[in-house]
Design a binder for this molecule. Structure first.
Ligand SMILES: [Zn+2]
Length: 437
């Protein structure tokens, strides 16, 4: 029995048959129960087994309904025509529960019997992302996040995990985090396998709670802001996944961790920050803090000139206005990279959407007294101007991909429970895997 809802013990298993919607008639027979897509039924004698009607044309997500719909027990599946990995992935993602703060244990325990769990690494990565996002901010500040990362790699001495203070070398992260009693940190993880074929830099926005700072959010706007470290969570989980899968990639991950808060020490609108790169940033809005912490991370990654830089960030509401909450926006200074990534994302049902890095909008970020303002002078095109801000910190010759995503399921759907969610990570992993074959 494991946390993902799988068991390797076949004792006492019940039988579950998964059939395609096109086969329903041959099973319906005289059964009084109507077999329908997405429904689990128990067929009495002569069958005596559970049956689930799926659709071969649909994604693995449909199998995520099973752990919720079946009663307690261990189930052995027979499913002609369906990919066993899809069933495992859907089942595992649908089994997720965030139980850390529930004093009563789970009442229903539903397991799938498997001889080989083929999707363990991907499930681990997505569970890590979800757990980190779902943990409330009182237990997931910058320090706790950094410790979580240390702990995640404690059995891997070949992976170097460093936690840096920000005051000296990470001025942008220091500025954003200065209003909180909880110190900001920068988490840096390095891995350098001997057989590496490719070098990669990963960054993730790790704002452990975002009040907006002096440009304070409304109460409603603040409700979900524990998720503002979802980019960092996904960057960390992807790093671990790459290492677990032993992809031949030389990797550096940098995650700025800060709480955007208010106090006499907090940064103010109209402050000017001299960033790690030396570019000066006028703070037009303290709530546009994600791009500020990321700019130091992107610069540090650029200095080692990897073959590719990827960042993940819950960066703008504007990306959600444009594409909704389930479709992350992808920006890149290298169109072919973005096109390849987006094309495969749809094939594996972890969709991304390519958005334009439209340079003429850069002028709306101009500042009268600094090199750049952190907020556009118009409220239009906010996801694009945020990406253009970051673009100033990456040299054009280094391919860079920026993923602006929600990190949260607003409602529960099969395999996608309400709460913290990884978005675009499977696609990036698959993209990297293909690059190294
Ligand atoms: Zn903010």
């Amino acid at each position: 029995m494991d946390q993902f809802g799988f068991s390797t013990n076949s004792q006492g298993t019940q039988h579950l048959l998964i059939i395609d919607i096109s086969e329903v008639l041959s099973y319906q027979g005289s059964s009084p129960i109507l077999l329908e897509k997405g429904v689990v039924s128990f067929l009495k004698a002569p069958f005596n087994h559970w049956i689930f009607v799926a659709d071969q044309k649909e994604s693995f997500h449909q199998f995520g309904a099973l752990p919720k719909k079946l009663p307690s027990g261990v189930f052995k599946i027979e499913a002609n025509g369906f990919n066993p990995e899809d069933i495992q992935l859907g089942w595992g993602l649908g089994s997720y529960q965030f139980g850390r703060y529930k004093t009563k244990p789970k009442e229903k325990l539903v397991f799938l019997f498997v001889e080989n769990l083929e999707v363990k690494n991907v499930l681990s990565a997505i569970y890590t992302t979800r757990d980190l996002i779902n943990t409330p901010p009182n237990d997931m500040g910058p320090f706790e996040f950094a410790q979580y990362a240390k702990n995640l790699f404690k059995d891997s001495p070949e992976i170097k995990v460093q936690i840096h203070d920000t005051e000296k070398d990470w001025p942008s992260v220091f500025a954003v985090g200065s209003g909180s009693d909880r110190k900001p940190y920068v988490l840096e993880i390095d891995w350098s396998p001997e057989n590496s074929k490719f070098s990669l830099g990963i960054a993730g926005k790790g704002i452990c709670f975002d009040t907006g700072g002096y440009n304070l959010k409304t109460g409603t706007g603040m409700n979900l802001m524990k998720k503002d470290m979802a980019g960092g969570a996904q960057a960390l989980a992807l790093t671990k996944w790459i290492c677990d899968a032993k992809l031949p990639i030389k990797l550096k991950t940098i995650i700025p961790l800060a709480e955007n808060s208010i106090s006499g020490r907090a940064y103010r609108p109209s402050d000017i920050i001299r960033t790690k790169k030396g570019i000066t940033v006028e703070v037009g809005d303290t709530d546009a803090e994600g791009r500020i912490v990321l700019c130091d991370a992107l610069h540090a990654l650029s200095e080692i000139a990897p073959d590719l830089i990827i960042d993940f960030a819950t960066l703008t509401g504007a990306a959600r206005v444009a594409l909704g909450t389930e479709l992350p926006a992808v920006f890149s200074n290298h169109d072919q990279t973005a096109r390849d990534l987006v094309a495969l994302s749809h094939d594996i049902h972890d969709p991304l959407w390519h958005m334009p890095l439209y340079h003429p909008y850069r002028e709306s970020l101009s500042s009268k007294i600094a090199d750049i303002n952190n907020i556009g002078s118009t409220s239009y095109g906010g996801a694009i101007t945020a990406a253009l801000f970051l673009n100033d910190f990456v040299p054009t010759h280094i391919p860079w991909v920026h993923i602006d995503f929600m990190g949260w399921n607003l409602t529960s759907k099969p395999a996608r429970p309400e709460g913290g969610e990884s978005m675009g990570m499977r696609s990036v992993f698959e993209f990297l895997k293909r690059k190294t074959i």
